[in-house]
Write a protein of this length. Sequence first.
Length: 187
Amino acid sequence: MLRRYLNHLRMEQLVIPMTTIAVDLVEGSMLERKSGDATHNILESINLPPLALPIVKQGQAVVDGGLLNNVPANALFDQGCNFVIASTVTASLEKDFMSIRDKRSLAVGGLFPSLKVLMRQYMIQGHSMNDVGVQPADLVIAPDVTSFDLSEFTRADEMSVIGESAIKESIHRLKAMLAKLDPQLFQ
């Protein structure tokens, strides 16, 4: 589906320079992709284990970069950006994992469905790394999507509304910050 929008564009051809972050499970290292097939690089960078198998290519097994750095604001500073806006959906955790607090647990035979547990582990890891990742950012936008499960892709429109609302709430602060960088920007 992404290919339909990007065709066969390479990262170098994109109007706005872009870097994707992924992780190679073979080496255990972070991969910063600044060149190559844009669609392929984006798919690598959003390839969430355990929802999908690693993308295997050229001796690498590649998954979502959030495994090591879920908000890679530092990568932009390393490339010379002087103002970075970060967006994170892992700033807060859903408070009632699998309805345990409601005493309506979805436990089956004393065991939780393993996919839910793996996804929760991934969310907790991202949540714990969140503060480190956003630290270098000038502005952090953190829409509260705790009412959604990480795997609810069919609710993307609802999540998008929450994200748009979070952006609108940040606009005045963003304009003030940018005006300090360049006073003539909004005149």
